[in-house]
Design a protein around this ligand. Structure first.
Ligand code: UGB
Length: 649
């Protein structure tokens, strides 16, 4: 079959029989696995690849017939009158969703609802990506999110889920009856590149406190994009298990966003309170920033939809549709197309239509189901095997190394048959049904929700994050545009290890300020060629600061933190009252220990020093962020026994 499909180059340089036979057999084992796991087998994969490469070379526009426009909601509204978080309901695309201000009563209520609802949630982390752009040799989930405590991303995610689990179980009926606490399931999608090391990381750290049975690793059989998550959830049977267990929400998230769990309680609360079927988180987006843009697409036949257009497709699409400037910032300094951060909360519901379960996922699926009377998600997946439409962004048909197709999890709606076209119709006969549909892009402020770690130091400093993929797409779609590096707007987010870590300190400092602590203003410093705000290095365990109301309940009196300070809170019941911090303070306590901290801490602290990313004498995790801490002096206390304690500095 491979020979018949033009893949004879695979065997051209094979050594004679008897030499390297084990490798040859292993290669065929791989082929067999791929053949059985790809819908239609390897022959189908090769045909799809050839077709997509030909389309790409011919400059075929994947959005043929669609005209992009930004939603009626303009970015000016995002920031009007202290508006912090704004819902874009799909469809009419007017701001009829939720308008939240971080920390106000409404926000706190949503957070509390979200925490309660977490009992009925399952989490899905897509972590099969190589992180090629980051240039880090380890798996990305093993990378420290911040280096004050050295907590890696997977540990932070697991501890956040455990904190939600514990908080959501408190006061629940099952707990009052003495039944075991609800265990929130976590699925991690891995790949050949990440599977072994992910498992090893979990096992060697006792799953960071999670029960091993709570965690399921589902391995992609090829580097094929995060879209594989749908087919894996389907084929593994796990969706059915969750449904039978009475779960209601599935939350998808990515591998290196250290802020995400700050936004999750409120976002889940919005979903639960308003019964949104799909709730995709978004942030204001800088023009050409490497995150997908939420766009209204209107087809010449009248169809219209609001959907993510991937960052490497948006600018060329705009230029080809009468916007010669492409994707540019508007008067607010942001693109009118908000950014998709690939965090979706999806509801598992019953639909009376067919008297059976439907899993509503991804943009627009409910529209398709209702309008076209399609079966539910699981039934839908049974037709396609969960295959997601792939893409290939290259201008060439011959390659120095093997090429591959990719698919994206947010593209699920595009997998349906032509009769089940993506989007919704405005025809009046569907009006009633549309009224019942509740899909939301929840736009959150970036400082709270989004700080991914994706780019290496050099590219981040040059602003290449914004145009890396655009460059290849421009070629592939043959849009004749001249764009050079200088054309990239300065000030676009770096999406690097440097900015990712600093964003955590910034968010924690801002939250403490909102809770009443006097936190010193940041200074601007340059690390690895990137200008970043440096706030006091404040970190806490998710179980200490799961929601804003919990944080507020643990901070009181007249507290202050100087800019050069480090504060690491490593216990659940640590209460800070009338504390003045100028230096480093590290407090560690077991859950049953209640510690009250007050007084004045003054010491030489942890001094921030620069690290050159080319300096190979430094560890890689420090080189990629461009700084390290010289731990000169600190007050460090540890409480390992239950009881009440008072630390008076
Ligand atoms: N991933 C896999 O699990 N398997 C794979 O085969 C590939 C990836 P990238 P990118 O929010 O920041 C996405 O490479 O290109 C996992 C959205 O498409 O980081 O930056 C991988 O491990 C874009 O719309 O994605 O773009 C990682 O966890 C925008 O939302 C995740 O998939 C952007 O992310 C994403 O992989 C963003």
């Amino acid at each position: 079959m491979l020979l018949e499909n033009g893949q004879d180059h695979l065997f051209r340089d094979w050594p004679p029989p008897g030499v390297d036979d084990d490798h040859k057999k292993a290669f065929f084992d791989q082929l067999t696995l791929l053949d059985s796991s790809y819908p239609g087998g390897l022959e189908s994969y090769i045909k799809n690849a050839k077709r997509l490469l030909a389309d790409s070379k011919a400059g075929k526009n994947p959005y043929d017939g669609f005209t992009p426009s930004h939603c009626a909601l303009k970015c000016t509204i995002f920031f009007r009158d202290n508006v912090r978080i704004l819902g874009l309901t799909m469809g009419k695309c007017v701001p009829t969703g939720e308008t939240l201000t971080f920390g106000d009563e409404n926000y706190i209520n949503f957070e509390e609802t979200g925490v309660r609802e977490a009992r009925k949630a399952a989490f899905v982390l897509v972590a099969g990506g190589l992180g090629e752009r980051l240039g880090y040799s380890g798996i990305k989930v093993a990378l420290p999110a911040e280096t004050t405590t050295g907590t890696c991303f997977i540990q932070h995610y697991i501890e956040s889920i455990l904190a939600l689990q514990e908080a959501s179980s408190q006061g629940s009926i099952s707990c009052l009856c003495g039944e075991s606490q609800t265990k929130i399931p976590l699925v991690i999608m891995t790949s050949d590149d990440t599977h072994g090391r992910t498992l090893e990381l979990l096992e060697s750290n006792s799953y960071f406190g999670m029960q091993p049975t709570q965690v399921t690793l589902l391995k992609q059989t090829k580097p094929h994009g995060h879209g594989d998550v749908h087919s894996l959830l389907y084929s593994s049977g796990i969706l059915k298990v969750w449904y039978d267990a009475g779960l209601k929400w599935v939350l998808f998230f990515q591998d290196t966003n250290g802020l995400l769990f700050k936004a999750i309680p409120a976002a889940l609360g919005v979903s639960a309170s308003k019964q949104y079927h799909v709730n995709s988180l978004a942030v204001p987006r800088k023009a050409k920033e490497a995150i997908g843009g939420i766009t209204r697409l209107t087809h010449s036949d009248g169809r219209s939809m609001v959907i993510n257009v991937e960052y490497n497709q948006l600018d060329p699409l705009l230029r080809a549709s009468g916007y010669p400037e492409g994707d540019v910032n508007c008067e607010t300094g942001f693109s009118p197309f908000p950014g998709n951060i690939n965090q979706m909360i999806i509801i598992l519901i019953r639909i009376a239509l067919k008297h059976h379960m439907a899993l509503i996922t991804c943009d627009n699926i409910l529209f398709k189901q209702l309008i076209l009377g399609l079966g539910p998600y699981i039934e839908e997946l049974s037709k396609t095997g969960g295959a997601i439409q792939e893409y290939k962004d290259a201008s060439k048909t011959s390659f120095k190394s093997s090429t591959r197709l990719e698919c994206m999890m947010q593209d699920y709606p595009k997998t349906l048959s032509p009769s089940a076209r993506v989007g919704f119709t405005m025809e009046s006969r569907h009006a009633t049904l549309l009224m019942d549909v509740r899909l939301l892009y929840l736009v959150m402020e970036t400082w709270l929700a989004y700080a991914p770690v994706k780019n290496n130091a050099e590219d981040a400093a040059k602003g290449k994050n914004a145009v890396l993929a655009l460059d290849s797409l421009l070629k592939c779609m043959q849009f004749l545009i001249e764009l050079d590096w200088k054309g990239v707007p300065k000030g676009n987010p770096y999406h690097s290890a440097t900015s990712g870590e600093m964003a955590i300190y910034r968010a924690n400092s801002i939250i403490l300020k909102k809770a009443g602590v006097q936190v010193a203003e940041p200074v601007v410093q340059v690390f690895n060629g990137q200008e970043v705000e440096v706030w006091p290095r404040v970190t806490w365990k998710p179980k200490w600061g799961l929601t804003f109301s919990r944080i507020k309940s643990k901070v009181s009196g007249n507290c202050s933190i100087s800019q050069r300070s480090t504060l690491a809170i490593k216990g659940q019941n640590i209460f800070i009252e009338n504390l003045s911090l100028d230096g480093a303070l590290i407090i560690d306590a077991v859950d049953d220990a209640e510690v009250n901290v007050s007084g004045s801490v003054q010491n030489n602290g942890w001094i921030l020093e620069t690290v050159d990313y080319k300096d190979t004498t430094e560890p890689e995790v420090l080189r990629i962020r461009g700084f390290k801490f010289n731990k000169t002096e600190q007050l460090e206390t540890k409480y390992s026994e239950p009881g009440k304690f008072h630390l008076k500095a």
